[in-house]
Design a protein around this ligand. Sequence first.
Ligand code: GLC
Length: 442
Amino acid sequence: MKKIIVSFIAVCFFATNLFAQYQPTAENLAARKTFQDDKFGMFIHWGASSVLGHGEWVMNNRNIRVQEYSRLVQIFNPQAFDAKKWVATAKGAGMKYITFITRHHDGFSNWDTKQSDWKITNTPYGKDVLKQLADECHKQGIKLFLYYSLLDWYRSDYQYETGRTGKGTGRTQKSDWESYIRFMKAQLTELLTNYGEIGGIWFDGHWDQLDNDNDKTLKPKVNWHYEEIYQLIHKLQPKALISNNHHLQPIPGEDFQAFEKDLPGHNTTGFGGASVSELPLETCETINNSWGFNITDTSYKSKKDLIQYLVKAAGYNANFLLNIGPMPDGTIQPEFTERLGAIGDWLKINGDSIYGTRGNVIPPKDWGVVTMKGKTVFLHILQKPESPDFIFIPELKQPINGVKLFNQNKSVNFKQQPEGAFIYLKGITLDEIDTILEVELK
Ligand code: GLC
């Protein structure tokens, strides 16, 4: 009897441990690998807030009360929304996936949810944009990830009393956390059931229930029920990758680590700085300074800045998720499409040095970054090296077969010594964006 009890306890212990230790399925692991190979995605911030032309935080920033803000449901009417065009724009830019805002902090649902009336299908437009986008993504062979906000400025059941944002939206009713969690689970179930294969779920808003952005402890003022929510997602679609923009080390159940406006390990924003995990990585950035449509923000990054960011991200072993905030009518402004087209043109020629590569095998240098695929090492010279005549790579100790200018049959001189490899640049005109040298290892 004693023996039975002991083994029963052992089994229980093992089971709970297994529970705690998330074991991704084989298909999930394969999806992570494909995700890393894909390298480049399009982030789309869009919804009822776009109407106001002041970014997706407008409800919070202007303290618009729910009562008034809800009028947007009568006004948002994206007559020119064309899923086919959006997907084609992403593909033309060389992007392999789209991460679409299904519901941002203002709580507006961009699909025909049964859980709320605050949704696209109650606008004069009346159609489910997510459905159209999902169908088009599946048709054109591009993956679809869904951004989903954990925090909510609109609903009264969200525990807004302890939230850091959304204080001025006029809510007075006492929150009801259990109801809010039920709501999120029901919505996520819809998203993962009714829209075909989903690449993953991208959570945001965890930090709303922390004291400040530098709070690196995982002690929010609410219980987000991550374990249950993550299990639900992985049960509905085991391949779907989960990421959470909580700015912390990933927690069990997450499949890739997200960085916001910073390369992994960097912290120029104040919310970077989480240590870099073993999981696949992704960093997101805007073309101007806004995520959602902002009519006065004209500080567009140059084609060079954007391409170099993509290359650097690859060098840091991260994907690059580049954002657009389409206009309220559903069109994408020309400043965005031009830049996306230019990145696409660049990738058509240079994509082999980015897609399917891994970074951080050789750490970033002051002149650029290094990516690698099989026995090929790509040196991306993004700015003039200290010495104009050569670059020195101490980590490159494996015997080299040859070095040439990428995509050209022009060989480049090199010398290997016990302390590393010298690559000589004499006679090479450096490219303004990226001079790529291809090193073939023996
Ligand atoms: C921030 C913002 C949000 C945006 C996100 C994208 O967390 O709150 O508006 O969607 O960054 O990374």
